[in-house]
Design a protein around this ligand. Sequence first.
Ligand SMILES: Nc1ncnc2c1ncn2[C@@H]1O[C@H](COP(=O)(O)OP(=O)(O)OP(=O)(O)O)[C@@H](O)[C@H]1O
Length: 248
Amino acid sequence: MITTETHVDVAVELRDVVREYGSKQARVRALDGVGIGFARGTWTAVMGPSGSGKSTLLHCAAGLERPTSGQVLLGDRELTAASERELTALRRKEIGFVFQSFNLVGSLTAEQNVALPLRLAGRTVSTKEVRAILSEVGLGERLRHRPRELSGGQQQRVAIARAMITRPSVLFADEPTGALDSRSARTVLGLLRSLADDSGQTIVMVTHDPAAAARADSVLFLSDGRIVDHLTRPSTRQVADRLAVLED
Ligand SMILES: Nc1ncnc2c1ncn2[C@@H]1O[C@H](COP(=O)(O)OP(=O)(O)OP(=O)(O)O)[C@@H](O)[C@H]1O
């Protein structure tokens, strides 16, 4: 995660992004001039007190929400200049999103859930490819299981496989371990680590958990809608200490 170095290959970049909610009297500035570039192949954690703008940053970067002003660039394409139609196509092809609550379709098997983004994009579904990615996340033996037949950690791994099936340029994760016990959380974090290390996947993850953040390459801290600090390869203790000061 680098802001100014021009030789770094940046997967997604926010330039002076402001996001406000509400009308005049009740206006909230959730992001207050955020400028940041996420280098390709790196995993960045986003932390900060409740209400500091973490989810808003993630949603703006992923093209799920439009900023009030400023620019968002995915590679060399400007999301903020794209039409709704172009944005939908870009989201389907270039962006993977993982949520705290998994958001799998309950009536579909693991295999069918993973194939869904390809079907939605009107692309041919290769059973081999779907099975390969489920094996990659350690669920090669669970292809026909429905979400209710899987543990939380397994469901999240299906959700990651589903997000990865289109080989997105960026994988966004909003508290991906927030609903998991610590053992499942470790498995999911190990999976994200190997996606960054072995597949060069760019990952941007919001988390409240210092131990989860410490698995990333760098940690970005938000406070009142602004980036106030970032740490490279910090320990859990360093992340927790930095956060404690911001939460005071
Ligand atoms: N749809 C919305 N309408 C009005 N205000 C909103 C909306 N979404 C977010 N906000 C406000 O914007 C600010 C930032 O919210 P955001 O959800 O990005 O924070 P966060 O850091 O992700 O918080 P948390 O850790 O509690 O999930 C908060 O003050 C929040 O109340």
